[in-house]
Design a protein around this ligand. Sequence first.
Ligand code: FEO
Ligand code: CA
Ligand code: CA
Ligand code: CA
Length: 645
Amino acid sequence: MPTSLELLDSVSSNPSLGQTPTIGELIDQRYSRRGAMKGMLGAATVAGIATGLGGCATAGALRPAQAAFRELERGVDTMHHVAPGYDANILIRWGDPLMAGDGSFDPTRQSAEDQERRFGYNNDYVGFVPLPPEARGEQRGLLCVNHEYTIAPLMLPGAAGRELTAAECEIEKAAHGGSIFEIVKHGQNWRYIQGSRFNRRITARTPRIALTGPAAGSPRLATSADPTGRTVMGTLNNCAGGITPWGSYLLAEENFNGYFTGTAVGPEAANHERYGVPGGWYEWARHDGRFDIGQEPNEPNRFGWIVEIDPMDPSSTPKKRTALGRFKHEGAESVHNRDGRVVVYSGDDQVFDYVYKFVTAGRFDPARPETRRDLLDAGTLYVARFDADGAVDWMPLIFGEGPLTAANGFAGQADVLIETRRAADLLGATPMDRPEDVEPDPRSGRVYVMLTNNTRRTADNLDAANPRADNAFGHIIEIVESEGDFAATRSTWNMLVRCGDPEVAEVGALWGPGTSENGWFGSPDNVAIDGKGRLWVSTDGSEVLNQCANGVWAVDAEGPTRGRSQLFFRTPTGAELCGPRFTPDDETLFMAVQHPGDDGEAYPPHARPSTFADPSTRWPDFDPQMPPRPSVLAVTRRGGGKIGT
Ligand code: FEO
Ligand code: CA
Ligand code: CA
Ligand code: CA
């Protein structure tokens, strides 16, 4: 999530919580404390690392791990930076035309209808679906990119400090959702194909998205526009996602609460409170009654799902797969299990919320494409409990089992899914430090959980899997699924990295040997795993906290350098880094630079809120008429070859 929404994002509605300090307070505390700590480093440095390594779990078969590149210096400026010997080229920017016949983007002449034909705002998830090569052997594919949210003061002329018009709210809706488009590689350079028959936009205005699975048709999903509870207009806050083993595109709906305003009354009030509805971050309800929960109390129940789209068929109807549960899904990364079932992992991105996985009932057979159809509509959703002895228990959320009965207000599986968080509360799941990406590695049977941060964790609610109070920098947990079976219900876990500056005893960082001055990071958000089992972790932490722009760090997961990290890529000021995504040959790394310039007053050199007219950077165009543009880059090695080798 954005720096501007980070504070709101961190406010949990989990009932076990207390008060939240403001982001300004957090930054003040952290920055001044760090300054003080810097002066008293020394013996604590060594002690902190040594203690951490004592908790390091054993790794399996050793593979060459350490990434070979010269890492970047830490810092923040208006540009992006990539390690020497690599090229990071802009592939597509907010406003670039996807459909045939459209001209270049004019940010002073925006409309919703025009935006629906162009690449949306704030690119987040990046998925790659290979296509057969062209006749000349050029590599092709479809890129599937999410557009998580909008920032009106940065993207709309003159919008800072005033209410938005109805037309501007519609532009915002049209800039959400996802983009699907064809890309082709010429030599070392990727470019997108304007007007390809695959190109498509999904937005918050897409008229027909089907609700499928056990909750479809529930009266709790019915609204005045859709009394059947089976068809939704649009998708919201599409953060990360996934590409399934059969090549469909999953968009996770994350902070849907932010779009609703009004007062929660009636039977849904407690449900809405658990999800932070109404968040009141957007002005849409002033012009569109469905975002007013006083008028449409069930509308929020139609968001917070995983959306599946067939990117090969631009006329296909997107489907919200309710069997995967309703929460603030960060992503939906999946793996084809050895028994043919498919397992989808997902974090609920809120402080003190949970880690989930969904195991399909049916089996996918690549030789029989019909087996993919609606596979995500039947299966079992599990939530994780991380025990102090290193066990992880995956507990099923099944109506009628344990506490998930009528006695606790569940009339059926639809209720369990609509109120996934409350069901998981009742099962005793482990409240985590904001679960972001949860990425399985099919080669190793391991799963990596990015826990971005939780400054509301206190000394009296620590546990083995969330061991630090005031956890401003987050950590990464490794799950070792039992005997490589991703459908296992009892596995083990261990700590891969406790993030933060290992020189600061207070942070107590856990790092592998040799972590350099530049190698530490905070707030892991998304991750890609390369063919050697190395993690490429992207961050969404405050530039102030990390004393460095967000970016991508390569982290070794195995061998003697396990836990070692190196800075590979840095965003321009104000941005977070999303994606990242390798092509199957590991020769290209796509990454999404989200909210460039959205650094508010937090960081020099632009000590005032960024606006359309006066942003802190005009990356990537540096055209005085153009505001900063969220963009996807393609990183390749100069002269070719696998990234990081
Ligand atoms: Fe949208 Fe969890 O970051
Ligand atoms: Ca985030
Ligand atoms: Ca994210
Ligand atoms: Ca990922």
